[in-house]
Structures are given as C-alpha cells and as structure tokens.
Design a protein around this ligand. Structure first.
Ligand code: CUK
Ligand code: CUA
Length: 681
C-alpha cells in the first residue's frame, strides 16, 4: 500500500488533545472557583451571558461537560467515529468528543458534493456493481460499519458496510475515504449480520436476516420450512488489491431462522464466527386474511432462540475442497455438510436476542435478549468442552443444540430491553437498554477482567431515547480504550427544536472516566453532549483513534484515478489539453486549476458521442474543483490531483455553460466555459 506514510493531519493529535483538554478543564475550574465581579471568566459570568442570550444557566457538572467536549477552532479530535447512515445509504464520519460531523461518505447513494454518481464513470461503475439483475438500486439501509483490523485491532486502512435492504456490502478505502467496491450477495436478497471482520480482515462476514429462497427465487410461503433458507456469507478480502475477492468467497446454508448479528471470534476464539438469531418459531405471519399469528407474536413465542457458532476454519477448508453446491454461480456449503463436518452448533439464547458481542480476550460471547432483562455471557472454553463431550440435542434440522447450562458462564440482570454491548479497558461492559432508554455499565468477571468483583451491574444512566447500538472507543477490539460511550438513540423526541414531524436521531456522548463508586447513581457515567443526526438512521458505529488514520490530503500524483487508485496514463495534464474529433466521436482532455479550465470552450455537433477527461492539476491542500454541465446531469468533484472521465451522447442542442461548483478562489466565478452543441439540420 504505497502512500500510507504521506503526512497527515490526523497524526500525533491525541497527546495534544489531552494537553489541550486539561487546559480547558483548568480554565473551567478556575471559572468555577472565581467569584468574578465583572462577569468575564467566571461561571457566574458565563451564566450571566447565557441568561442575556436567552439560555439556561449551567450547573458545575454541565460546565465540566462543556469543558470536556469543547474543541477550540483548529484543535482536532483524538477519536473518529464511523457511523452507519441507515437508510441514507452512506457512512458518517464524526469527531469524538466534539461530536462534529466531518464528512458523509457517499457509498450506495449518489451524493452531489462528492460528485458520487453524476456522470463520473469511476463512481458510476461502483454504483452499478450494486445493481440487482440489471436494476439500478440507488438507496441502501446501512447498518454495521467494520473497520479493518490487524491482530484484532483497528488498523485504519479500510471500512466496510452492509446494505440490509438489498444484501450488499461496500468497501471504503481510508486513504481517500471513498467507496471502491459494492458487492451484491448472490444468494440472499436481504441481510443484516454484516459487516464484521475477522481479526486480520481475511474475511468479511455478511449474515442474513429474513429467510427467503436462495438465489432471489420464488417459493410459496407454505413451503417455508423446506424452501426458505437462512445464510451466512464470508467474503475474502484482498488487502493488497483493496477489494473483496468474490472468486474466493462462499456462503453457508442455514435453517430459515432469522440470523441477526454476527461477530468474529478473536484470540482464543479466533477461527470461529458467532451469530444470534430469532424466529426459531418459523413464523410466517398472519396471512393475507390476518387469521394467523402475526410476526410480532409468532416470532417471539419461544423462550429460546439459537446462537449460531460456526467453525470458520473448517468451513474455509470445505469451501476450498469444493464441498459446495452452486447458487447463481456462487459456492454454498449445504446445511447437512455443516452438520456432518462439525462446522455448525447452536446454543440456546434468551428470548428474542439482538446481537452477539465477543469480549476483548475472545473468551466470552455476550448476548442480550430484547425480552429478557438479563445479559447472558457464554464461555468459549465451555462451548468447546460441550462440543467435545457431544453435550447436545439436535434441533428440527438436525443441528446440534449445545446444553445451555454447560456453556453459560454468567447472567447479569441489567434492566429492560438489553440489546448491544461494548467493552472498555477496565473490565467494564456497556449494554444499551432499549425499553429503559438507558446505558447499563456492568463488570465482566473472570481472571482477564474484574475477577471476583465481576458479573454485576454497576449502574445505568438514562439516555434520550430508545437507544439502539452504543459504541466505545475501539470497544469491540482486543484492546479497547474506554473513556467514552456514544449512545445511538433512535428517538430524540424533545431534545431538539422539532424540524417538522420527521425528527433527527440523537447521538449522546457519555463520559465513562469516573469509577462507579465516584458517582453511584449512574455507575460513574454522565451524558455530556447531544448530537442531532438529521439524515438517515444510524445503527452501529465504530470509534478509532485518530492517529491510526493516515489519509491523503491531496492525491499522491497528478492524474490519479480514485477508481483504480493509480495514475491514469490517459489523464489530461498541463500542456496536453486538446479536443480530438473522429466522426461522431469527440474526446476532450481538459485540466482544471485555480481559476480556469483548459480548454474553456468546446464546440460539437448534436448527436456526437462525448468522452470528456478532466484533471485537477492543483496540488495544494483543499484546492478541490468541481465540473458541472447543466441538463446533462453531470457533476464532478475533483480533489487535488484527481482525474475523472464522463461519457455521454450530446443529444440535446444548445449552449451549456460549464462551471466549477467549488468556490476555489477569488476568480472562482470566472472558472467556467462554454459547451456549444450545434443542432443537426
Ligand atoms: S441493528 Cu439497528 S439497533 Cu441493524 Cu445492529 Cu440493533
Ligand atoms: Cu475551481 Cu471554483
């Protein structure tokens, strides 16, 4: 990966940030202790100013939160959060703790600022690779971003994301924060348990959700038990190429339970994958006449569903040996093979669980049931022992269901509606409580964590409202950082001015530095900041140390094509700008630099086929140029050094001023040209 060592503004910020935070903190403390007659530099003074501005006075606690989250202009965040964009189809990049939105990365959905999907051939090809049977699908429901890992730790090179609605996954390269690839799942039409990566990012996991016939086929719902299937797909990631290698990827056929979320084993459990599931009832809904049991009741009737434990190493061997059948040309290991070869085991999990999270040492699998106030912790070691002792009974499909008591390590009562769990560096875990609208902090037991002090609730803090996932810095890696938790709340209700009936979601930043004993009423936690998310519905997020990211601020060479991540030998460069005509074929090589295009006039005939290359030959920080042509739906963003190509038939005659959409210089308005399409007659 060339260019990873390019100077970066993310680097070496953590120490600075900590020092600066202390400075702010000291100022706030000083302000709090100063009785201050003139009103400046004191809490009283701050509150006087707030009152004058129509704001509520702050308590000392709130001043502390303000001091711990405020970054003066120019200071950078020590952490960066990658949040799914939900049905915005994108990925949000947010600084932590400032909670400032840095970027929305265009992924599955056209986005004009980044010139994503408006004529740029490179971006169109990525979007088109997510087409389904030739149909353009230009929205997505992104749920779970996964940062690439090395030895179980985020390495800052890539981030992956799934599209629940259409069973697709995307690869984003963190050298330029651009989407490089979209892959459509060949067997499933929807997914959910993706994306999650194995500790060295060899495999990207994409689990299914609502069971359907494989291969996007039809089968009558009456044949649900036999013809509808669950699935998990593992995509081979080629780090050198920066792409999923579809030819080495494969899927596994599962019973038509609704697989939900997955996680990869790590350290002692490396080589295994875990997914929770629900609807082991095989509910098929109340039917068109509504006489049956609806999904809500039908899919939550049983006391247990099944965690799927999958021996990935064995599955990889089977796939490599060709012990598979084909669906849409894609290899699938059959359910019976998974059973016979000891790849797939089930473990009972409490009522309607949501998510499985592997503890930092890889030793425990944590599952919470939405309808059970406990979180349940399973021991990997005990699981292996139960498998070896054949301590199981088969389910209706013949899959071994391990004995619950033999595999369970502990249960901790947390509150109502526990969902997702994250970890910190002190042996604490944090679980979202959907029904309670709270974050619970609890302690892990066992020698790797808090020993005899473990397996107990430390306290919980209310959040606003209906929390789904939560995320802690590097909180699902082998070495979590701790210090913060961000609650990803589905509803904000009264937290913000209502911008009409569609309300933003609410990311709430929580301080987790104090020990539970320091603030027993909330287990040591304090909500410090609310960030409205006025687009899409984030689900999961991951937070990485900012100094692990090393993005380019300009492309490494002039004429760089982000689609291939290399210099395009055909890119226009200074001095070779030209227009070539060959019958109806017109090809243009154009450069952009502050503040002109060369050429700035292009005259063609109606009906000509146009291939237009543009290179931004500016090489300074932030000197992005746009290129837009009215009526033709063409809009590019050309970051410093970038080249791009558009291709179209000029079937509409007229005079089309093209111009730069980025206010790049004092003479930006002059950065324009005329595209003249002479009518045929
Ligand atoms: S899911 Cu949305 S809150 Cu897709 Cu991970 Cu749990
Ligand atoms: Cu270039 Cu405005």
């Amino acid at each position: 990966m060339s260019g990873r060592s390019t100077t970066s503004f993310w680097r070496n910020r953590s120490l600075l940030a900590v020092v600066a935070l202390f400075a702010v903190f000291a100022l706030v403390l000083q302000a709090c202790s100063n009785s201050g007659g003139d009103g400046s530099g004191s809490s009283e003074g701050i509150n006087e100013r707030r009152e004058a501005a129509g704001l509520q006075p702050l308590t000392d606690d709130q001043l502390m939160s303000a001091g711990l989250t405020y970054l003066p202009s120019g200071e950078h965040d020590p952490y960066v959060m990658f949040a799914s964009g939900g049905h915005a189809g994108q990925v949000f990049v947010v600084g932590v703790p400032s909670m400032r939105l840095l970027k929305t990365i265009a992924v599955f959905t056209p986005e004009p600022w980044q010139g994503w999907g408006f004529g740029n051939i490179g971006t169109e090809e990525v979007l088109d690779s997510g087409n389904i049977d030739g149909r353009e699908v230009r929205w997505a429901d992104t749920h779970h971003p996964a940062l690439s890992e090395t030895a179980g730790d985020y390495d800052g090179e890539f981030v992956f994301i799934n599209d629940k609605a259409n069973a697709r996954i995307a690869v984003i390269d963190l050298r330029d924060f651009e989407t490089k690839q979209i892959v459509k799942n060949p067997i499933a039409i929807n997914d959910h348990g993706g994306t999650f990566v194995t500790p060295d990012t060899e495999w990207i996991i994409e689990g299914g959700q609502y069971a359907t016939p494989h291969g996007w086929e039809y089968a009558p719902i009456e044949d649900y038990e036999t013809d509808y299937k669950g699935m998990i797909t593992v995509w081979k990631f080629d780090r050198e190429a920066g792409r999923v290698d579809e030819s080495q990827s494969f899927a596994m056929e599962l019973p038509p339970y609704w697989q939900d979320l997955c996680d990869a084993g790590k350290l002692v459990s490396e080589g295994w994958i875990f997914c929770n599931s629900f609807n082991t009832e095989l509910a098929t809904g109340s039917g068109e006449d509504g006489s049956g049991e609806n999904f809500e009741a039908g899919a939550s009737a049983r006391d247990n569903d099944y965690m799927h434990a999958i021996n990935l190493d064995k599955a990889v061997e089977l796939a490599a040996a060709g012990t598979t059948f084909d669906v849409n040309g894609f290899p699938v290991i059959g359910l019976q093979t998974l059973i016979d070869e000891g790849v797939l085991y089930f473990i009972p999990e409490p009522k309607s669980p949501h998510g499985v999270d592997i503890a930092p040492h890889g030793d425990y699998m944590v599952i919470s049931g939405k309808l059970d106030p406990h979180t349940t912790i399973y021991s990997f070691e005990k699981m292996i022992a139960a498998i070896e002792a054949e301590n199981w009974v088969p389910d209706q499909y013949g899959v071994p269901v391990l004995d619950f008591d033999a595999v369970m390590e502990a249960q901790v009562e947390l509150g109502l509606g526990p969902l997702h769990t994250q970890f910190d560096d002190k042996g604490y875990a944090y679980t979202s409580l959907f029904l309670d609208s709270a974050v619970a902090r609890w302690s892990l037991g066992g020698e790797n964590y808090r020993g005899d002090d473990g397996w107990k609730l430390e306290g919980s803090v209310p959040v606003h409202y209906n929390i789904g996932h939560l995320v802690a810095p590097e909180g699902d890696t082998v070495s979590p950082d701790g210090g913060y938790v961000v609650a990803l709340n589905k509803w904000s209700i009264d937290r913000f001015l209502p911008p009409g009936p569609l309300l933003p979601q609410n990311f709430q930043l929580i301080d987790t530095v104090p020990e539970p004993s320091e603030k027993p009423e909330t287990g040591g936690m304090t909500v410090m900041y609310d960030m409205p998310i006025g687009m899409g519905e984030p689900h999961y997020a991951q937070i990485i140390k900012a100094d692990k990211l090393n993005p380019w601020t300009v492309y490494p060479e002039i004429g760089f094509d982000p689609a291939t991540m290399s210099v395009d030998p055909n890119a226009p460069v200074s001095g070779n700008e030209r227009i070539e005509r060959n019958g109806n074929e017109v090809e243009i090589w154009m450069t952009a630099i502050r503040s002109h295009y060369t050429p700035d006039r292009v005259q063609i005939n109606q009906g000509d086929h146009v291939t237009w290359h543009v290179t931004n030959i500016d090489t300074s920080f932030d000197a992005t140029h746009g290129f837009s042509i009215p009526a033709y739906d063409i809009n590019l963003s050309l970051e410093p050094g970038e080249t791009a190509t558009v291709e179209f038939v000029a079937d509409m005659d007229g005079v089309f001023p093209y111009y730069c959409t980025e206010f790049c210089s004092a003479l930006h308005l002059e950065m324009a040209g005329y595209f003249l399409v002479k009518p045929t007659e």
